[in-house]
Design a protein around this ligand. Structure first.
Ligand SMILES: [Zn+2]
Length: 85
């Protein structure tokens, strides 16, 4: 499947890095300060879209500043909720 190398969130470019995250035991993560989302290179199809939606929600909450106003648990719950969009 075609995977984009960057997406725009709130008018800002966010880099999508497709890397092997096996050793870290995760499918993806989000670093707001560098506007970078890492996604496990082995992800495809619906699973890829689910993880991208999850990490994109973390980025939205981070860029908007909303993540500063909530607990880590609530932010994670919102990111999980965003997977079903
Ligand atoms: Zn999360």
């Amino acid at each position: 499947m075609k995977k984009r190398n960057r997406i725009k969130i709130f008018g800002e470019w966010v880099t999508l890095d497709h890397v092997d995250l096996t050793s870290e035991g995760i499918y993806g993560d989000c670093t707001v300060s560098s506007r970078t989302i890492r996604l496990h290179v082995g992800l495809e199809g619906a699973e890829y879209k689910r993880v991208l939606a999850h990490e994109s929600e973390h980025m939205r909450l981070g860029i908007s500043g909303l993540s500063e106003m909530m607990s880590a648990e609530l932010e994670e719950a919102l990111a999980v909720l965003a997977e079903t969009r």
